[in-house]
Design a protein around this ligand. Sequence first.
Ligand code: NAD
Length: 496
Amino acid sequence: MTTHQEIDLPAFGKTTVPTGLFIDNQWVSSSDTKTFSTVNPATGEHFLDFAHASTDDVDKAVIAARQAFKTSWGMNIASTDRAGLLFKLADLMERDAAKIGALESIDSGKGVRIARDCDVADSIACMRYYAGLADKLHGQTINHFGKEKFVYTLHQPIGVCGQIIPWNYPLMMWAWKVAPAVAAGCCVVIKPSELTPLSALYLCDLVIEAGFPPGVINVVPGLGATTGDAIARHMDIDKVAFTGSVPTGRRIAIAAAESNLKKVTLELGGKSPMLVFDSADVEEAASWVAMGIWFNSGQDCCASSRVYVQEGVYEKFLEALKAKAEACAIGNPAEEATSFGPLISQAQRDKVLTYIESGRTAGARVVTGGQKWPKSGGGFWVEPTILADVSPDMKAVKEEIFGPVIVAAKFRTEDEALELANNTEYGLAAAVFTNDARQATRVTAALDAGTVWCNQYALLHPGVPFGGFKQSGIGRELGTYGLEAYTQVKAVHQNL
Ligand code: NAD
């Protein structure tokens, strides 16, 4: 198949987009001519066909990455030069921000304004953050053995890294993975989700334009069970970094262990609890919680998907949250005003509707929403939905829905609230809303989560580490931890 196709991009008209594999700075088609298709989530119609990377193609990408690591990248280039290339790539992304946003919007269903002003802008910020950190990796000097002997540590790049990312933030996950790896001196073979490969491929032309040497960044679109598995099992990949669901994370960890015991970092799912105490500013808490659950139509690993409210303000909070649900700008992602787009696929929409039905059948009160939108026609929307008066044993309370559905229940005491909040196998994020500073300190310390927000929610920054407790993951991304995750420490003992 050809490596590029023409699409009609809203606001841009006829636009040529890449649909091939990107290996060694070249566009190539798959070695076995297999393809896969994507669907426009806003219409339900077929969108594009992409080349599918076979095991042989993954091999070629790894060979290119290894060659680059040994010659032009890794320890063979000054860290300031790596920084310069990343800054240049960020500048090119900024130049093309409107177009990248439009591509991300049509591919994933998110509103074009959100895609441009949040996803693209945050990805650029991430590139710049790691560009700035590239020359700030320092070791230690340790003097434990007398005057003539000392030890120093080197932070060396791990090598060739496989990276596997999901469909909910296709561009941002690309930036979160590629920027720290490349800044640390690693070369990457990255597989975007088969549902949203477009923005990852578009960036490849910018990688060439920025001047990256061949083989540093390779992109291999394909299905999880074939292309993804080939990455996880590859004997010459030194680390695999994954973002996605818990079951897939488990499979990848097993494949990594069964092959060459490559290093693994996993960013997995969540079922993040919000605790709203009587003393909280209810209106403000409802705004943060609404943003946390309905941003990206609930397809967010740290979606504020469970809310526990103290009995004195429970009904008042539900009223405020209902008003926010009904004010969501639901509609066509190509319009600037739209903030609430469709879910990624029919399968995802059907899964979300099944969870709503299971909650309703088990006795939950549907405060608002609960239906697909619009009542008929293509596209995969589900209305912003609140299921209230839920109990801990309900499926909709225990499992990650990954859609615009929040479950709510009331509590009496702080101990009861913590018991409810921590009663989950996940531990990605949590929040507490209270005006009692001592309570805030106690509760934030007691919540089992990698990120806890107090009187706010879902604010991220490339400099702040992100990752999960319990089954929400292994390791951290972002911040200096995210850079160190692509390095290994060597202790050198000197006797001079
Ligand atoms: P998924 O696990 O189905 O797929 C994620 C990626 O893994 C895709 O690229 C897919 O092709 C690949 N994959 C699937 N099977 C594979 C296999 N056997 N071997 C190797 N790769 C394989 O997840 P998804 O449905 O794309 O994303 C939704 C999930 O991601 C949710 O559970 C969500 O919470 C999680 N997520 C977590 C974070 C985080 O940072 N913690 C961020 C975004 C999404």
